[in-house]
Design a protein. Structure first.
Lengths: 129, 148
């Protein structure tokens, strides 16, 4: 058995830098009707490709990365230009994960979480004999 | 008599200590109050960043979900006002579980660090971020002075 003395340098991967961004909590509205749960989240400055939604084991992780940059010398700062919006929600089991869809418009994410067929209320017809 | 002075001093010392402790309690309270999430800019809407690029001032404002028709920007000299209304996007026939994104009209005014050329200001609204490019007035621009 020969012991290798060679060192392996590991390059930083694209995904790793993301976690150094300051975390912001998006404000959300949550609505529900018979067919779905609807979530609106404020994510100003986030582009469509930088949004990630993960649903796993009853938890939904919402993440959106904002890559803004203001040129010049900053004279007043009230929010961080580059930030990650992140928030976790509990999702009921009755959601049909495969049919979840979302759209992003003017910095607002609209997330539709349709209920599975089994969870929808159903009218039972009474049959006459 | 000397012993009594000593007692008095000791008591005053204890009171000083107590006062310092109380002061730091309030400092800690203020710190969490002003830097904690959600509190830092409570009541300030929209939040803005302002920068100076030499010839221009640039401002970014967070305005998610606001159409450009519902937004007004007014400039006069070094006075800037952003106002508008955020319409409710409450869908019909839904039961409401949580509302954190209120719908309301807003107005915020700023005193800019220098006069700007109002005729050449450009404003763009993209992905919920309003970007204002405010060219400085000629008198406010930096000027190179040659030394004789």
């Amino acid at each position: 058995m020969s012991e290798s003395t060679e060192l392996v340098t590991r390059k930083e991967q694209a995904g790793e830098l993301v976690h150094q961004l300051p975390i912001a909590t998006p404000a959300v509205d949550i609505f529900e009707n018979e067919g779905e749960i609807l979530l609106h989240a404020d994510m100003p400055g986030v582009m469509k490709d930088d949004v990630a939604i993960n649903i796993d084991n009853g938890k939904m992780n919402l993440s959106g990365i904002r890559r803004l940059q203001l040129a010049g010398a900053l004279t007043r700062r009230e929010f961080t230009d580059a930030a990650e919006y992140r928030r976790t929600f509990s999702v009921p089991q009755s959601i049909d994960v495969n049919k979840v869809h979302a759209e992003l418009k003017d910095g607002v994410l609209c997330l539709h979480l349709p209920k599975s067929e089994a969870a929808k209320p159903r009218q039972i017809e009474i049959q006459a004999e | 008599m000397i012993a009594r002075w000593h007692d008095l001093n000791q008591m005053l010392g204890a009171m000083d200590l107590f006062r310092n402790q109380m002061n730091s309690v309030f400092n800690d309270f203020d710190r969490t109050y002003t830097t904690g999430p959600g509190w830092s800019d409570a009541g300030t809407y929209p939040r803005t960043n302002l920068s100076d690029t030499g010839d221009n001032l640039e401002m970014l404002a967070e305005l998610p979900g606001i159409a450009k028709e519902d937004l007004n920007v007014k400039i006069q000299g070094n006075y800037l006002e952003i106002s508008g209304t955020r319409k409710s996007d409450l869908p019909e026939g839904y039961q409401v579980h949580r509302t954190e994104r209120g719908a309301a009209s807003f107005s915020r005014s700023f005193t800019l660090p220098c006069d700007v050329n109002a005729a050449q200001v450009t404003a763009t609204l993209k992905d919920g971020i309003l970007k204002l490019t405010l060219p400085k007035a000629e008198t406010a621009k930096p000027r190179q002075i040659s030394i004789n």
